[in-house]
Design a protein around this ligand. Structure first.
Ligand code: GLY
Length: 435
C-alpha cells in the first residue's frame, strides 16, 4: 500500500485525500496541515500541524512518515519551495519546484514566457518596475487590468470599470503593487466568458480535465469583492454550453506549448497541475493566468468524477509515464457552492457556531475553514464548507447543492445563483452577442 504525504488543509485537499482513498489498492495518508480539517483528519493515518513557510517541520514529518511521494495542494508553499525542500530528502512531489511555480507566483514571468515563445493567448501588456509610464499605458489601453506580480490569494487582480473607477484609483493600486512586489503587470482587459481548464502535466505530456466555470465575486449577479471562489459548475460533456470545440482545443494547445516552453526556459520538467484561467472572447481564447495547482473549488468538480486510479495517475506523472495512462472522468454535471462566514472576504465572522442540517444523497461535503469542537462546528474565518451536487444535468446538480447550502444555519451566506438556468443563459447570451 502506497504512503502519500499530503500538504494542505482546505476543501481542495479534502477532495484530493478522498480521491486517493478510492484507489483500488488503498493508500496511507499523512497530512501536513496548518489547521485541523475534520474531513481530512478522518481520512488520514497521520495528521500534524505546522508552518507552511519554514519547511523544517514539514521535513521532520516527512522523515518520520516516509512517504512514497507527496502532493502539495496550496499555492503559497509550492511557490515558497515545499517541493524543493522534500526533494532534499529524495521525496518527489506532484507539484512543481519553486522555479517552475513562477508560472503562477509571478504574473510577469507567465506573460513574458508566452511572449518569448510566441504562444498565443497573451493580451497587450507591460511590466513596470517603477511608476514611469504607468498612467500613460493605462490611458492608452482605456480599459485595463492591474495585476500584483506575486500571490495574493486570488485577490490581487483589479479591473477598470469594476474594482477601479478611474485612472487615479488605477494608479494608486499600481503603486500599492509596486510597493509589495517591486513589479506590477498592466494589461488589456478582455471581454468574454471565463473558464478553468486544469491539466495533469508531466514534462511535455498534458492531459486535460473537464472544464469548469468559477464565480469569483462574493455576491449574487457577480457583484461585490473578489473571493477565492464562491462556487463552480461543470457539464456532463466536460465542456461548457458557451464554448465551442475549437475553444477547448485552443486552450489545450496553449498549455501544451507552455509545458514545452517552461522546460526550454528552465531545463526542468513540470510535474503537477497546470490550471489555465482562460477567457473565450469574440474571436477565440485568451489566457488570463496560470496556476500551478488544483483550483479550489474546481478540484471538487473534477476529482469526484475521476474514474482512473489517482494513486497510479500521480505515480505515472512523477515517473514521466503520464502518456501511458488512460485518464477517464464520468459524464456527470456538477455544481459546487461554498458556505462562507458573514463578512467574507474582508471582515469574516470567526469563532461562531454553525449547524449543518440534512444533506441530500448525491451531495458531497468537503470541509475547509471550520474548527471542530466537542459541541460542533465553528467558523474559522475563510470559506467554511463546500457542497457538491453531482447529477446527470446541471439543473439537478444545482438543486442538490442549493438544498445542501440552505441546510446550514449560523452567520453564513452563499450564492444561490451559481449553476442556475438563469445565470447560465446569461453567460450564453453574452457569448452569442459577442460572437
Ligand atoms: N478558483 C480559483 C483558484 O483556485 O484560484
Amino acid at each position: 500500500m502506497k504512503k502519500i504525504l499530503l500538504m494542505g488543509n482546505g476543501a481542495r485537499e479534502h477532495v484530493i485525500a478522498e480521491t486517493f482513498m478510492r484507489s483500488e489498492n488503498g493508500c496511507e495518508l499523512g497530512v501536513f496541515a496548518k489547521a485541523v480539517n475534520p474531513g481530512l483528519k478522518a481520512l488520514a493515518s497521520a495528521y500534524t500541524t505546522g508552518s507552511f513557510t519554514d519547511f523544517t517541520e514539514l521535513k521532520a514529518f516527512a522523515k518520520e512518515f516516509e512517504p512514497d511521494f507527496a502532493f502539495i495542494g496550496p499555492d503559497n508553499p509550492i511557490a515558497d519551495g515545499a517541493v524543493d525542500a522534500l526533494l532534499e530528502l529524495g521525496i518527489k512531489s506532484v507539484a512543481p519546484v519553486a522555479d517552475l511555480a513562477r508560472l503562477e507566483s509571478s504574473k510577469s514571468f507567465a506573460r513574458d514566457l508566452l511572449k518569448k515563445y510566441e504562444i498565443p493567448g497573451n493580451p497587450e501588456f507591460k511590466v513596470f518596475e517603477s511608476e514611469d509610464g504607468i498612467r500613460e499605458f493605462m490611458e492608452e489601453l482605456g480599459e485595463y487590468v492591474i495585476k500584483a506580480d506575486g500571490l495574493q490569494g486570488g485577490k490581487g487582480v483589479k479591473l477598470s470599470g469594476e474594482h477601479l473607477k478611474n485612472f487615479d484609483e488605477g494608479f494608486a493600486y499600481a503603486q500599492e503593487c509596486l510597493q509589495a512586489d517591486g513589479r506590477v503587470v498592466i494589461e488589456e482587459k478582455f471581454v468574454g466568458q471565463e473558464f478553468s481548464l486544469m491539466s495533469f502535466v508531466s514534462g511535455t505530456d498534458v492531459v486535460d480535465m473537464p472544464t469548469v466555470q468559477d464565480h469569483k465575486r462574493a455576491f449574487e449577479g457577480d457583484t461585490g469583492p473578489n473571493t477565492g471562489g464562491m462556487g463552480t459548475w461543470s457539464d456532463s460533456n466536460h465542456s461548457l454550453p458557451f464554448l465551442q470545440d475549437s475553444d477547448l482545443l485552443a486552450a489545450h494547445e496553449i498549455t501544451v506549448k507552455v509545458a514545452a516552453a517552461i522546460r526550454e526556459e528552465t531545463g526542468k520538467d513540470f510535474c503537477g497541475i497546470m490550471y489555465g484561467g482562460f477567457i473565450a472572447v469574440k474571436n477565440g481564447v485568451r489566457l488570463i493566468e496560470y496556476n500551478a495547482r488544483f483550483g479550489d473549488p474546481e478540484a471538487m468538480n473534477v476529482l469526484p468524477l475521476l474514474k482512473t486510479d489517482f494513486v497510479e495517475l500521480c505515480e505515472a506523472m512523477i515517473n514521466g509515464r503520464l502518456s501511458e495512462i488512460d485518464v477517464e472522468f464520468e459524464n456527470k454535471a456538477t455544481v459546487v457552492k461554498y458556505v462562507v462566514p458573514e463578512g467574507y472576504p474582508t471582515n469574516s465572522a470567526k469563532g461562531k457556531k454553525i449547524e449543518v442540517g440534512e444533506i441530500p444523497s448525491g451531495v458531497k461535503t468537503y470541509y475547509a475553514s471550520v474548527d471542530e469542537r466537542e459541541d460542533g462546528l465553528y467558523l474559522s474565518g475563510s470559506r467554511a464548507i463546500a457542497f457538491v451536487g453531482i447529477a446527470d444535468s446541471i439543473t439537478e446538480a444545482e438543486k442538490l447543492a442549493q438544498s445542501a447550502v440552505g441546510s446550514v444555519t449560523g452567520p453564513v451566506f452563499y450564492r444561490s445563483d451559481i449553476g442556475t438556468a438563469d445565470l447560465i443563459q446569461k453567460r450564453l447570451d453574452h457569448m452569442n452577442l459577442l460572437r
